[in-house]
Design a protein around this ligand. Sequence first.
Ligand SMILES: [Zn+2]
Length: 249
Amino acid sequence: MESWRGRRGSVSQGIRLLVVSAHAADFVWRAAGAIATVTQNAGTARVVALSYGERGESGELWKQPGQTEEKVKEIRRSEAEAAAQILGAAFVPFDLGDYPLEIDRAAVDRLTQEIRDFEPTVILTHAKEDPFNPDHGTAYQLTERARQLASGAGVASAFKTIAPPEFLLFEPHQPELSGFYPNTFLDITPVFALKTAAMEKMGAQQYLREYYSQRATQRANHARRITGNKNILQAEAFQRVSPQVMSHF
Ligand SMILES: [Zn+2]
């Protein structure tokens, strides 16, 4: 992960990646490659799922007669846990409910504490807006707020602060309509088999597997043209929010 060079030295080593996912599966489609890249290179990754996506993103499960919200949540939790395990990440469900995902003071405090405790060097979450989904933008707002509260203003504060993590957004389903500007690409070729295995665990949304495999191939095409590196076969795209600070070109 060339551009996510840890503050403590070698590539990926010492990287602590926090992914905040509105629903249980979002992190798998959009950031599984990033997570696996970190964990395969001696870094640590943690996924916070704000909800299980039990109401808005589990349509296939609701086709079963006699289905209940509790059963759907249980299935989604075990799928997401299995996917996170394949990727080598811890899975932390907040179970705040979806459609709508609503954020109260307790949720802000909880995510802020999570960030203070884990001290991520990189945070990934949803784009600022998503005209097709009421919860993805809410997840962005919560993450942005908690990130600011945990790191303060970059100076000493009345509360414990952490070094400001790098902040990037992962790719939404309809990027142009969500105002997503892909200015950072990650070569996920070495870990793509892990992403595929993680996607296969999400039984309730199998229709997305092909879509996100194609996306990885298309983003790799862009990454090859940007770099001239012909060995990039799969890539994930991100939008970097925090400016990059360098000590050399
Ligand atoms: Zn979602």
